[in-house]
Design a protein around this ligand. Structure first.
Ligand SMILES: *[C@@H]1O[C@H](CO)[C@@H](O)[C@H](O)[C@H]1NC(C)=O
Ligand SMILES: *[C@@H]1O[C@H](CO)[C@@H](O)[C@H](O)[C@H]1NC(C)=O
Ligand SMILES: *[C@@H]1O[C@H](CO)[C@@H](O)[C@H](O)[C@H]1NC(C)=O
Ligand SMILES: *[C@@H]1O[C@H](CO)[C@@H](O)[C@H](O)[C@H]1NC(C)=O
Ligand SMILES: *[C@@H]1O[C@H](CO)[C@@H](O)[C@H](O)[C@H]1NC(C)=O
Ligand SMILES: *[C@@H]1O[C@H](CO)[C@@H](O)[C@H](O)[C@H]1NC(C)=O
Ligand SMILES: *[C@@H]1O[C@H](CO)[C@@H](O)[C@H](O)[C@H]1NC(C)=O
Length: 516
């Protein structure tokens, strides 16, 4: 690793850097470096993370950047880079974060960029001079959490395919020349919390579905929207949204002091139809309202793009767990053991869970990595890092590192409800009805994602209470994907070999005992 961040070093990166053939981490951010990013850097095949932001690098991004097949994060923001975005970024299969913002990049977005699909979490290309329209290929970024294309010169329509980026949390597109209506397909983005479309050339009515999303921030100002402004959801809170500079809007909450919308007179036929359907509407309305109430209280939260760890060494994990001591053992199962560990502040502020696979469980390690690398959902555990190494004793060592879940697995809670005299753990000992319902919704939404929202549906095959983890806020996460199977693989084999708990996709019953 080389870290020289936040100093006052000037000069350029010597091409000889290519001699550090084992380099995995290069951080030169926050200095006064100038000159080009030497293409030789792309010969460092083990590089995982490159941080060159906040310098004065100029010239093009090396076209061969796609040779870095291990690259997981690259930060080039706030430099003087020019030229086009190299299409070869699409060859980096591990890339989760790409930040090219605040440079002098020009040209269009290469469609190849979206080949990084399964892995992308954050894409920031704001504050450049990029042109053209946002390619439809963006819909391939099924795990994207933050997209920032603001302050460029993009034109054309917002592609309907954006609605396929179902895990999107933040969408920044302000300061471009985007035109047309907001696509109805965006109603599929149920996790959206921050949306800025201000200073564009968008028109038409503001779509109804914005009312139903759990938006925290919605900026539609300085466009050409017209028609009646809604009053519910985000539109009920004047400090959460902005619509200034849209001359054609009327209605909305009184604080806005918009003109009232003119109501046109209804014909008798319309009135009769209205009366006729009022009963139906009442019933449907009640049902919808009840449903909305329920979902509203579960604001979808994915959180900001998480910082991923680089792959870790056996020594570090050994140290983090006091030599895999029993005091740090959290659970033991068929495939291995889970330890609580402290990696140290330079890796992770929070404790992590380290799942060490038994010898001979290499398949489960591979399956779990394979399954989880491709998916990101707020109710599915995230891999922070992995380790494949040789132990001191010469045995093969494989481990996956996750966030540590404060409240353990669901089966422990069920157990505790029967043993209220248990003192060992300082947690509230009873899951109340609200917790139970929320856990059921969390698990159901994870399964809905696995079964219905992935292109290639994934079947967990081992869903049980011990594999449902609870964080400090009692949000539930599905874990333990060691037996998971992609449905597509199944068509070619002789049937499922999962344990009896296997539940076919489509119908899953989640049962909770209610203790009175
Ligand atoms: C960075 O370099 C420029 C010229 O090369 C110099 O004017 C400036 O003071 C330097 N900044 C710092 C923080 O060293
Ligand atoms: C990148 O990879 C290609 C093919 O693998 C190779 O021909 C080329 O020389 C590499 N470029 C650099 C700069 O390493
Ligand atoms: C994108 O980059 C710009 C400039 O570096 C920054 O101001 C902005 O906050 C970033 N967007 C996101 C979503 O992080
Ligand atoms: C930005 O790039 C354009 C050409 O793409 C060039 O003419 C201009 O000088 C560059 N600006 C800076 C500040 O580097
Ligand atoms: C909304 O966007 C406009 C223009 O981009 C900006 O001036 C304004 O501060 C934003 N409003 C809020 C509430 O952030
Ligand atoms: C904005 O859209 C209108 C039509 O809706 C068009 O006439 C105008 O040229 C557009 N402006 C820009 C800057 O694209
Ligand atoms: C209104 O929005 C602001 C800014 O997003 C937020 O701080 C505040 O809590 C919201 N108020 C209500 C009642 O939701």
């Amino acid at each position: 690793m080389i870290s020289l961040a936040d100093n006052q070093i000037s000069g350029s990166i010597p091409p000889d850097i290519s001699k550090f053939i084992n380099l995995i981490f290069l951080s030169l951010e926050g200095n006064n470096f100038t000159g080009i990013i030497p293409p030789e850097i792309t010969e460092l095949g083990k590089l995982q993370r490159v941080l060159l932001s906040n310098n004065r690098f100029s010239g093009n991004i090396p076209a061969s950047i796609g040779n870095l097949s291990m690259l997981d994060e690259i930060h080039l923001q706030n430099n003087d880079l020019n030229g086009m975005i190299p299409p070869s970024f699409g060859n980096c299969p591990m890339l989760v974060l790409l930040d090219l913002s605040q440079n002098n990049l020009s040209g269009t977005i290469p469609n190849e960029l979206f080949q990084v699909t399964p892995f992308s979490v954050k894409l920031n290309i704001s504050r450049n001079h990029l042109v053209g329209s946002l390619p439809a290929g963006i819909g391939a970024l099924k795990t994207l959490v933050e997209l920032d294309i603001s302050e460029n010169e993009f034109a054309g329509f917002i592609p309907a395919e954006l609605g396929d980026c179902v895990t999107l949390d933040s969408l920044y597109m302000q300061g471009n020349f985007l035109q047309g209506n907001i696509s109805q397909s965006m109603k599929k983005l149920r996790g959206l919390r921050n949306v800025d479309l201000s200073r564009n050339n968008l028109s038409g009515k503001i779509p109804d579905f914005f009312e139903n999303l759990s938006l925290k921030y919605l900026n539609l100002s300085w466009n050409h929207f017209k028609g009646e402004l809604h009053t519910k959801g985000v539109f009920a809170n004047a400090s959460a949204f902005s619509i200034v500079g849209n001359k054609g809007l009327c209605g909305g909450i009184p604080e806005l002091r918009l003109r009232r919308c003119s109501t046109h007179k209804m014909s008798w036929v319309q009135i009769l139809i209205m009366i006729g359907s009022i009963q139906v509407l009442l019933v449907v309305g009640c049902l919808l309202w009840l449903r909305r109430k329920k979902t509203e209280t579960r604001a979808v939260s994915i959180g900001p793009a998480s910082v991923f760890l680089i792959r870790l060494s056996y020594e570090l994990l050994h140290q983090a767990t006091d030599g895999f001591s029993r005091a740090n053992l959290v659970s033991e199962g068929g495939f291995g053991s889970v330890y609580k560990g402290e990696l140290g502040a330079q890796y992770s502020e929070n404790a992590v869970a380290i799942k060490v696979f038994n010898e001979g469980a290499a398949n489960n390690f591979n399956t779990e990595c394979g399954a989880l690398q491709n998916i990101r959902h707020r109710n599915i555990v995230k891999i922070r890092s992995t380790c494949k190494s040789i132990e001191r004793s010469g045995k093969e060592f494989t481990a996956i590192i996750y966030d540590f879940m404060e409240n353990g697995s669901l089966d422990r809670w069920q157990y505790l409800t029967c043993r209220t005299s248990h003192h060992e753990l300082s947690m509230p000992q009873i899951l109340n009805l609200k917790n139970r319902i929320n856990i059921a919704i969390d698990v159901a939404s994870a399964l809905d994602y696995l079964h219905n929202q992935l292109i290639d549906p994934l079947i967990h095959c081992n869903l049980r209470q011990s594999n449902i983890l609870l964080d400090a806020e009692m949000s539930a996460y599905v874990s333990n994907f060691g037996l998971a199977k992609f449905l597509a693989d199944q068509w070619h084999s002789d049937g499922f070999t999962g344990p009896s708990e296997y539940a076919p996709p489509g119908k899953i019953t989640i049962q909770f005992q209610l203790h009175t």
